[in-house]
Ligand binder design. Structure first.
Ligand SMILES: Cc1cc2nc3c(=O)[nH]c(=O)nc-3n(C[C@H](O)[C@H](O)[C@H](O)COP(=O)(O)OP(=O)(O)OC[C@H]3O[C@@H](n4cnc5c(N)ncnc54)[C@H](O)[C@@H]3O)c2cc1C
Ligand code: FES
Ligand code: FES
Length: 1398
């Protein structure tokens, strides 16, 4: 083809507007382009297709189907050039704060957004679903979010909001769409009625034998007036004036909100531009560009891709690859994009094939079905559904198995673009499709001009690790899958760390064909992924069944043994988990055996287990219930008001650091990161980096004008001068024109190292006594006497793993020099503006008064942005100082995870003495945290862990001692709960093992040792009237029917062999105050303007937890103004100086009181005007006061009284009060795979008199989900050989997804507790305390594992470490298949595991 015949520009529509991009940047993603146009609603959370924050809708006209097709797409992986001829809709294209789209409105008003960073992605996933199907089922709605992650909300409110679009309605306290399209609420049918835990609870009194009336439907009730009475209505008896019987305000508020929703009218959506239909058909008029083959070349020296071809026909493709046989084909780019970005692969010539319709065709004939190689996975799924219906179940066994594995293949956004050719050609050993294709006897067709067409059976296609039988210049044309015969059964199984959107650990396609008359095996194929460098057939196992009687036990045994033998893995195998992977191969085969026998009607013991083995309770719909009583005794405070930024967040208008427009001449910082875990720096050579045009500076420790040392212990350098202390530590900065250039140049900086010994794990550190000097102790009573008196003395160990914050917004910062007097403005994603200001001032050698740190909002923080954020801001400040230009940094997810520190892992050794009936007499604990390479906040974290080692139990004698280990990992830091959950888990693990030894249920131990009011903690703090755990314990036991459900669980377990249920009841108390006394203060500055509007500034930052909303409510309440009169713009160190970090769950307490104090002053000043101008507007009153020269600005300050603890003497008050709660969890475990479902969770929390009940419920649900992740799916792993982090992104670090939350999630706020707290409006801090309750899932899983072990008659005690991943769970069941897969101890000696927990 002549060069002039190629197109060089791309044309598409963006939110209804036509866009022509001339010679697009070939490496530019759609996300980068969209954001560069100022549409910053679409976010970058990971850049690898794993979080969904970048979701947009891409619509195209499908010429073959003659219709418009809408697909949600990850813009971060979508090449800009691939958008040619399509219509892209971003969150801004839907609506705005004045006129939001119904999807946006409902998510905002039903509290589906906290930090808001994930929210546009959720909005777009739901919007796309509705565009394709305006009447989705609840199931379809839940499934549409399988590619979206949220770290804040715990998903429940998002799902609730989304389900208002379901025609089927919320049957259980949820909503229905009326004929007018608006939503209404139906009352909860399942509401429990077992009282509030008070002895004389009115709910327990039967109303004179009259049966309770059935709940009736209601629409939009008026706000409920408090009711009084007994039996069925409120008694009004409790001290707070509320009673458990008063109406559930959560439902009332939800109904009110839902009633305001505007109708959803699909006809009002943006249309697909008619021009693009003509463009797609090639029918555009003369003056408009016609769709044609593209050839675009890039002149940018940093581009990976220099020339891109985008043919539209197969022939065009074949011609192109003939000329460029080494060209990289790109389809969905879900593999290539990741290779380019993370593995730095360079493909100078690329050919985009996803617009070639011939490669998407599907044909069936008598033998089977042929799928065009570049059919997307979503289209593949739809085609499979149709084919299964068309050809019947028996003939489509293989197709159904493919469909099954497709269900859990990535998320919607990936499936909408990724192709089967991409999966096959990648030849990944853990591909989900290849084992099923192979087992099915599929054949691929390859084509090229040179070789013509040729067929290769799938079992001969994979030659080695990522090597295939494809020859240079060959293209995958199609895949043929044969139909199945009579007597043939095919199944697919996959096990991953997380069910949704996760790469398999082991995956397989299993097929058997038997003679229908005799049951003798005629053919079998067992194909596995995850067990070798490539997809493999378990040939020995296949041979072992050939000609044998399927269904005979001996055949099963020899098949399992053969499979185990041939697929055995070495202990140090790449990917790790050798024993687990081996156990999975036989477990899957065993499942297949049972299922196939049942299907073939072969009678055997296993066939009777088939149903339980196939059941997939994972996909039951989830539902939630929130309860709080109706009595709100204030005008504003206490109501469930939506987050004040919610509408901005759902519409994409909310601005985060990286959304700020670039200042002219802005530069970017790239990081040179250490390639060693511990080493001396011998030299840094930046010459090659500096040679790149557009690179301005390479900065090292020598370039720091002020102090290079920071951190409260001053033991860390901002840029290391002589030594690096962990793999990934930034050691130099490259300042360049763009991010890509800065990162590219950073990789060109050569560093010479001299290696030093490194220690990674906490256990190794303890062995080597590698620790910081500080020791903390809490000693009470006579521990030796306690052990001597005890009937039972037990010793053991406990460990809990680290946790990554995984805030959706990675660290970012922009520093703008003001050009005079050493002044700088810092815009940072930080929980700690003051520390950021101080660190930067010291670094630059200027007084703090020259530096202003601004924080508008963060996309999540969770403690991760409390201290480490200052470091990142410092990098930008240094670069801005040296260049005198504005400088920006936005860490990539992998950089963030390698640099910024995590939750501390803890290791503990314990000894406990107890009576026969479980009364604790004494506990000795030695706990060690892995602090990483520097102190950071580790001592504070240790202190909190120490002071939560008692959890809720009276321990007469304690001997607690703790230390922080120094290791060569990143410096571990604050994380929601700040050591509290680690302390509590240490003790609870110990209690479990003690309960096993005493043969008592652990709940009995918990109840027997629970504190009573008047008891004193090991840190000398008496528990006063505000001790509500026993009451909540009782209440939840009654309300969630603990005893009945215990019997039901036991009965289920007795009847089920391989599925076990477990139950746990877990209390928590969490101390509220900073451990460091001086941090227990807050400040505020409030201005009343002469138009009556009020601007509040305070010391706390907004990271999604709703702090600004609560503070505005406090101000409105105190000033007696409507909420919309109050505005909080940002947190800045020039309006709130010397702020404490927003942390320790204390920010509402501290800043709330400060706001209150400032507002009280103003209210007092304004009172005379209000009194004299009664009935006038506040604007008039404010103006009059101003004219009268009344000071309309007030500052407020608050310091927590009485606080201050001395660790040396164990005297003083450590915590101002405790936030408390109890949770009950029920799980179901598949003991053959380790997969589990959380069936139900009930929580009651005592949050005092909540400032905003809806926000507090959101904090509880979100923290619970984080705790659940910490204790189950989230595994943070390092390579022991070099100290590099293995889990660098969502691809292999798995936070819970929407489908992991409890299927039935009930949260209640405790009502009617005596509350004499001297906190702001008697509220309690809530951010951190519920997190520990997430581990109730862990303990319920332990209970289920115990049931499994009982079945296998295991007597040894169960030592169970957190997180309970599927691997840990499966191996802990220790059944015969696990035993088969064990690697002998001697084969492990001296072998380094692939990855380690630190
Ligand atoms: C977030 C995420 C989740 C994922 N989850 C899963 C999962 O659950 N299971 C799983 O198995 N995989 C998963 N993957 C991997 C990947 O998505 C799949 O392998 C996918 O099928 C690749 O298809 P693609 O079209 O995007 O391939 P691309 O990235 O476009 O291409 C991949 C390879 O295929 C080649 N290729 C494409 N078309 C042809 C053709 N016609 N002829 C010859 N070669 C061709 C390309 O040259 C390239 O080498 C995931 C990836 C991501 C990013
Ligand atoms: S940013 Fe695209 S999926 Fe995470
Ligand atoms: S609201 Fe979802 S990540 Fe913050």
């Amino acid at each position: 083809m002549e060069d002039k015949e190629y197109g060089r520009n791309i044309l598409f529509y963006l939110n209804g507007k036509r866009v022509l991009v001339e010679r697009p940047d070939l490496d530019m993603t759609l996300l980068q382009y969209i954001r560069s146009t100022g549409l910053t609603g679409t976010k970058l959370g990971c850049g690898e297709g794993g979080c969904g924050a970048c979701t947009v809708m891409v619509s195209r006209f499908d010429v073959e189907q003659d219709k418009v097709v809408h697909a949600s797409v990850n813009a971060c992986l979508c090449p800009l050039y691939s958008i040619d001829g399509k219509h892209v809709i971003t969150v801004e294209g839907l609506g705005n704060t004045t006129n939001p789209h119904p999807v946006q409105e409902r998510i905002a008003l039903l509290h589906g957004s906290q930090c808001g960073f994930c929210t546009p992605g959720f909005v777009m996933s739901l919007y796309t679903l509705l565009r394709n199907n305006p009447n989705p089922s609840e199931h379809e709605i839940e499934e549409c979010f399988d590619g979206n992650l949220c770290r804040c909300t715990g998903y429940r409110p998002i799902l609730d909001a989304a389900k208002t679009f379901s025609e089927l309605a919320w049957k259980r306290g949820t909503s229905v769409i009326g004929e007018d399209g608006t939503a209404h609420v139906i009352r909860d049918e399942n509401s429990d009625d077992s009282g509030c835990g008070l002895e004389d609870c009115c709910r327990l009194q039967k109303p004179n034998g009259i049966e309770k009336p059935k709940p009736t439907e209601f629409t939009l009730p008026e706000p409920a007036a408090p009711r009084t009475g007994t039996g069925d209505v409120c008694c009004g008896k409790t001290t707070s004036g509320s009673c458990c019987k008063s109406q559930n305000q959560a439902e009332v508020e939800k109904a009110q909100v839902i009633g305001q929703f505007k109708a959803y009218d699909p006809t009002q959506e943006l249309i697909f531009p008619p021009f693009l239909i003509r463009y797609s058909k090639g029918n555009t008029s003369e003056d408009e560009p016609r769709l044609q083959t593209l050839k675009i070349s890039s002149g940018d020296g940093t581009s990976w891709c220099r020339t891109l071809y985008r043919p539209l026909t197969l022939e065009g493709l074949l011609q192109t690859v003939e000329v460029h046989p080494d060209a990289k084909l790109v389809a969905g780019n879900s593999e290539v994009g990741v290779e380019v970005k993370f593995k730095r692969a360079k493909f100078p010539v690329q050919v985009y094939v996803n617009d070639i319709s011939e490669l998407r065709a599907v044909h069936s004939d008598a033998n089977g079905v042929t799928f065009g190689a570049n059919i997307t996975l979503a289209q593949f799924g739809s085609a499979l559904d149709a084919l299964i219906v068309e050809h019947g179940e028996q003939r489509t066994q293989s197709l159904a198995a493919l469909r099954e594995n497709l269900r859990y293949f990535a998320g919607n956004q990936i499936r909408n673009v990724a192709t089967i050719a991409g999966n096959i050609a990648t030849a990944s050993p853990i591909s989900d499709l290849n084992p099923v294709f192979m087992a099915s006897g599929a054949t691929v067709t390859l084509v090229s001009h040179e070789h013509g067409q040729r067929q290769v059976p799938m079992c001969e296609f994979f030659l080695g690790y990522r090597r295939t039988a494809m020859q240079r210049g060959e293209v995958l044309l199609s895949v043929h899958v044969p139909f199945n015969a009579e007597g043939e059964v095919v199944r697919a199984f996959k096990q991953a760390k997380r069910k949704d959107d996760d790469i398999a650990i082991v995956t397989c396609g299993l097929r058997v064909r038997v003679d229908v008359a005799t049951g003798v095996v005629r053919d079998a194929a067992f194909a596995y992924g995850g067990m070798a460098p490539t997809t493999v057939l378990a040939k020995a196992a296949m041979r072992s069944v050939d000609g044998q009687q399927w269904g005979e036990r001996a055949v099963l045994d020899s098949m399992l043994a053969a499979c185990q033998d041939e697929l055995r893995l070495d202990y140090g195998v790449p990917g790790g988990m050798a024993e687990y992977r081996a156990a999975l191969t036989t477990s899957f085969l065993f499942k297949f055996w049972a299922v196939s026998c049942k299907q073939l009607r072969i009678s055997c013991a296993e066939a009777r287990l088939a149903q339980e083995l196939e059941e997939d309770s994972e996909r039951q719909l989830s539902r939630g219930k929130q309860e709080y009583a109706s009595v709100v005794d204030r005008a504003i405070v206490g109501k469930g008001i939506a987050h004040l930024s919610a509408l901005k967040q759902v519409t994409g208008e909310a601005r985060y650091v990286d959304d700020m427009p670039a200042v002219q001449g802005e530069l970017y910082v790239g990081l040179v990161m250490s390639e060693r875990a511990h080493a001396r720096i011998l030299g840094i050579d930046s010459q090659h980096a500096l040679e790149l045009p557009g690179v301005h500076r390479v900065l090292t420790a020598q370039d720091v004008p002020g102090h290079n040392v920071w951190n409260i212990f001053k033991d860390e350098e901002i840029l290391p001068s002589t030594e690096v202390h962990h793999m990934g530590q930034p050691l130099a900065l490259v300042v360049a024109d763009t991010q890509r250039l800065a990162q590219e140049a950073a990789r060109l900086v050569r560093v010479e190292y001299e290696d030093l010994p490194a220690v990674l794990t906490v256990r190794d550190a303890v062995e080597q006594q590698s620790w910081f000097p500080e020791v903390r102790q809490l000693k009470n009573g006579d521990i030796e006497a306690a052990f001597a008196q005890a009937d039972c003395v037990l010793e053991g160990e406990s460990y809990c793993a680290p946790q990554e914050h995984f805030y959706l917004e990675p660290f970012g910062s922009i520093v703008v020099p003001k050009g005079e007097g050493g002044e700088f403005d810092i815009y940072a994603s930080t929980q700690n503006p003051t520390e950021t200001q101080m660190v930067c001032a010291e670094l630059l050698g200027v007084p703090a008064n020259r530096i202003v740190c601004h924080v508008k909002r963060m996309g999540g923080g969770f403690g991760g942005k409390e201290s480490r954020s200052a470091l990142i801001a410092a990098y930008t400040a240094l670069a801005a100082y040296h260049t005198n230009r504005s400088v920006r940094i936005m860490l990539d997810r992998d950089e963030d995870m390698q640099i910024t520190g995590q939750r501390h892992p803890f290791y503990g050794r314990w000894k406990v003495g107890a009576t026969r009936d479980g009364q604790l007499l004494g506990v000795r604990m030695r706990i060690y945290s892995n602090g990483g390479f520097s102190h950071d906040l580790s001592i504070g974290v240790l202190e909190r862990a120490m002071s939560h080692l008692d959890n809720c139990y009276r321990i007469p004698a304690t001997d607690f001692e703790g230390r922080v280990c120094r290791t060569n990992t990143q410096s571990n830091t604050a994380f929601r709960s700040f050591g509290g959950c680690q302390g509590m888990i240490m003790l609870e693990n110990m209690l479990c093992e003690l309960a096993d030894r005493l043969e008592l249920p652990v709940e009995v131990l918990r109840e027997r040792n629970m504190y009573r009011a008047g008891d004193v903690t090991p840190f000398s703090q008496p528990l006063d009237d505000d001790w509500n755990v026993p009451r909540m314990w009782k209440q939840i036991k009654q309300k969630a029917h603990f005893d009945t459900r215990r019997s039901e669980v036991d009965a289920f377990n007795a009847a089920s062999r391989y599925r076990k249920r477990g139950l746990a009841l877990l209390p928590t108390k969490f101390g509220i105050s900073f451990g460091v006394k001086h941090l227990n203060q807050g400040m505020a500055l409030v201005h009343v303007y002469m138009d009556g509007s009020v601007l509040v500034a305070h010391g706390g930052t907004e990271m999604g937890q709703g702090l600004h909303t609560k503070m505005a409510m406090v101000a409105a309440e105190t000033l007696e103004l409507p909420l919309d009169a109050i505005f909080i713009s940002e947190t800045a160190t020039n309006t709130a100086a010397n702020t404490s970090p927003t942390a320790a769950s204390a920010s509402s307490d501290l800043n709330g009181y400060a706001v209150y104090n400032a507002c009280r002053v103003l209210a007092d000043r304004l009172r005379p005007y209000r009194e004299s101008m009664h009935g006038e507007s506040f604007a008039k009153i404010a103006r009059t006061a101003y004219l009268d020269r009344c000071n309309l600005t007030a500052a407020g300050h608050y310091a927590t009284p009485d606080i201050g603890f001395n660790w040396q003497t164990n005297e003083g008050l450590l915590y101002f009060y405790f936030t408390q709660g109890v949770a009950m969890a029920e799980v179901e475990l598949d003991t053959l795979t380790g997969a589990h479902t959380t069936r139900r969770v009930d929580i009651i929390m005592d949050v005092g008199k909540s400032l905003n009940k809806a926000i507090d419920i959101g904090q509880i649900e979100g923290a619970f989900a984080q705790g659940q992740g910490w204790s189950t799916t989230e595994e943070f792993l390092y390579f022991p050989k070099n100290g590099r982090l293995f889990t660098q992104g969502p691809g292999n670090y798995k936070i819970p997804s929407a489908m992991d939350i409890p299927r039935d999630f009930r949260v209640e706020l405790l009502e009617g507790a005596p509350n004499a707290l001297k906190t702001i409006f008697s509220s309690k801090g809530i951010g951190e305390p519920p997190l520990f309750l997430g581990s109730s899932v862990f303990f319920a899983l332990r209970d289920a594992v115990l049931a499994a072990r009982k079945h296998s008659e295991h007597k040894s005690s169960l030592h169970f470490e957190l997180p309970a991943t599927p691997e840990i769970l499966r191996l802990a069941c220790e059944d015969e298949l696990v035993e088969l897969s064990r690697i002998p101890k001697e084969q492990k000696v001296g072998v380094m595991p692939f990855v380690v927990r630190i």
